[in-house]
Design a protein around this ligand. Structure first.
Ligand code: 6PG
Length: 255
């Protein structure tokens, strides 16, 4: 089940995303005693993270019961300006009381394959490992994702081997565009999520977003199409610039 909501701009989109984060956190903590959230990288989530750390929102989350993960990371040190951890730390995590042992960053400073294997071990410990090739027994309560101009999500880039990984939960992947190694969650780890929220902003995304949501299924060309949680719901929060090619078929109520 997926549905798309269009907002006038990134600010309205981020306000709605902050409310959704707070609602999902409250539900998860009430039901299971914790809220596991995998954060997105890139630039789009910056406004959301800053809002969540602001006076209006920060007091509405029981941060002591929040566990923070990442959907992907650039293989750079945590203080590097390209680091997804640094983005979240500067805008959110340094400003809210999430216990440090509940912030699970991917070690971008480590050798990519080792960092991915280490993260996989962590996920199997924290999300429930059935001991076989099956996906996490209990996926993330929320996965935040962006979408690149080329239709990638996390660091699942078009026509890369990572797209066909269905056993491991975290792997290294090469980003030809940025000429950097990445660590990324794989389709099974992402699709085990209860709730998935894409945040997409800007007219440069319009053509690709239309292809992903309304075009033919071609996940090797459009990896964002791989995100189809078995049990969970996918919501797209997009601004008018990104939504300019969409037709009513993909807007509004859940399909
Ligand atoms: C990353 C992200 C990546 C991002 C998209 C969109 O590490 O860059 O995980 O998947 O979400 O590329 O990036 P923007 O939000 O900057 O457009």
């Amino acid at each position: 089940m997926a549905w798309t909501q269009v907002f006038p701009d990134i600010e309205h989109l981020s306000l709605a995303a902050a409310e959704r984060f707070i609602a999902l956190a409250g539900e998860a903590i009430a039901a299971r005693g914790r809220f596991t959230a995998a954060l997105a990288g890139g630039s789009t989530p910056r406004v959301l993270y800053s809002l969540l750390a602001s006076g209006t929102f920060a007091g509405r989350v029981d941060w002591a019961h929040v566990e923070v993960y990442w959907g992907d990371e650039r293989c750079v040190p945590p203080e590097d300006s390209r680091s997804n951890y640094r983005l979240a730390h500067e805008t959110l995590l340094a400003r809210v009381p999430v216990p440090v042992d509940q912030v699970h960053r991917m070690r971008g400073e480590a050798e990519p394959a080792a960092a991915a294997a280490e993260y996989e071990r962590l996920l199997r410990k924290r999300l429930g490992d059935s001991g076989d090739d099956s996906p996490p027994a209990s996926g993330f309560d929320l996965v935040l994702l962006g979408m690149g101009d080329d239709g990638h999500t996390a660091s699942l880039f078009p026509h890369t081997p990572a797209l066909d990984e269905h056993t491991r939960w975290a792997i290294p992947n090469w980003s030809a565009e940025t000429q950097t190694w990445r660590v990324t969650l794989t389709t099974p780890a992402l699709n085990a999520a209860r709730q998935t929220l894409f945040l997409v902003s800007g007219s440069t995304k319009a053509e690709r977003l239309w292809q992903v949501l309304e075009g033919p299924r071609d996940p090797h060309q459009l990896p964002a199409q791989l995100i189809q949680p078995a049990r969970g719901a996918v919501t797209w929060f997009v601004d008018q610039g990104a939504a300019s090619r969409l037709t009513p078929a993909s807007l509004g109520e859940p399909t």
